[in-house]
Write a protein that binds this ligand. Sequence first.
Ligand SMILES: NC(=O)c1ccc[n+]([C@@H]2O[C@H](COP(=O)([O-])OP(=O)(O)OC[C@H]3O[C@@H](n4cnc5c(N)ncnc54)[C@H](O)[C@@H]3O)[C@@H](O)[C@H]2O)c1
Length: 355
Amino acid sequence: MQRKISEKYLSKSFWGNKKVLITGINGFIGTNLAKILISKNAEVIGVSNNRDKDISLKFENILDKIRYHRVDISNNKALNKVLKKYRIEICFHLAAQPDVNIARKNPFQTFESNIKGTYNLLDGLRKSKVIKSIIVASSDKAYGEYPLTRLPYKEKYDLRPKYPYDVSKACADLISKAYSSEIFKLPIITTRFSNIYGPGQLNFTALVPDCILALLKYRKFVPRGNGTNKRDFLFVNDVCELYLCLSYNLFKDSKLSGEVFNAGTNKGYSVDSIIKRLCLLKNESKLYKDIKSSYVKRLQIGEIPNQFMSYAKLKKYFGWKPRYSIKEGLQITIEWYEKFLKKHRKSKLLRDLKS
Ligand SMILES: NC(=O)c1ccc[n+]([C@@H]2O[C@H](COP(=O)([O-])OP(=O)(O)OC[C@H]3O[C@@H](n4cnc5c(N)ncnc54)[C@H](O)[C@@H]3O)[C@@H](O)[C@H]2O)c1
């Protein structure tokens, strides 16, 4: 099925005055998406359970431009209050506990947010008469592990995760399937994207921000593996544009409901090659040598060794492909952290990172 991509998905005439809910609005992707939607005159409503994370909404000067509710999506009553207050037409469901290390230590909280939070939201939206487009962020991790010979991952692959975060995303993914089925007919597209990086990512256990903190002399980089793990990396601007494209197309054509789309770059980059690229962009070959010499020999338990995603289906449906090269994306990202970190006192940031 070839659908012609229409640039109308970027137009103010479509987004202007649309009531758009973003769950997890003050997170990395939520902030970037809110910024674009506000620039298109959408009425943005957001929920998040953690005000401490408002730091990037403040940095981007958009906190006072959204209707913001501090709500835990695993609290059905509180969430439904927000859903009833607005006639939400479009929803991006991004709220989740996304840190795999926290998920290992606290699977209960991860399951509450990622699984219960998802069915609370979809069940609430089921009662709406005006909802026309819901995007649910699943993840590449929902697939679990496949041998390198079968990569890049394709949408037809079975979900067979086994680690807590991965299982939580697969559950949310399947719950979305049930709500989009002919029983409930909720308009839902599910996305399984690769690792995402870029401005605004304040989860400093993720590879790119972790390494940039070391490049900018904030702290030492401690490798968690031997650098050979292969991952796919999507730049956040590509992700946000793709979300707008999927959401717009679902709004216009409800037959897309129930579809799942992967996104990535089709390629796997070793962790070592990302670290090397970042160090070279800052002329830090000495730091790269130091990091390389401190790689630990074994792979970390609970980590999938190789993951990268095919975007062939997106290309076929919408002519989509990533616009940003890894070099461009990393360069823009470093520049953003330099500006951001100048505004935030080093001692305070390091304290916040520990807590
Ligand atoms: N960042 C990536 O590399 C990546 C890749 C694939 C998929 N995803 C998915 O994309 C989504 C967004 O990821 P992100 O990187 O922006 O994460 P993030 O941690 O920066 O943001 C998540 C947001 O969800 C909120 N949240 C968490 N639990 C909540 C709860 N119970 N109630 C209300 N709010 C809650 C947090 O406060 C935060 O605002 C997640 O669903 C994640 O699984 C992320």
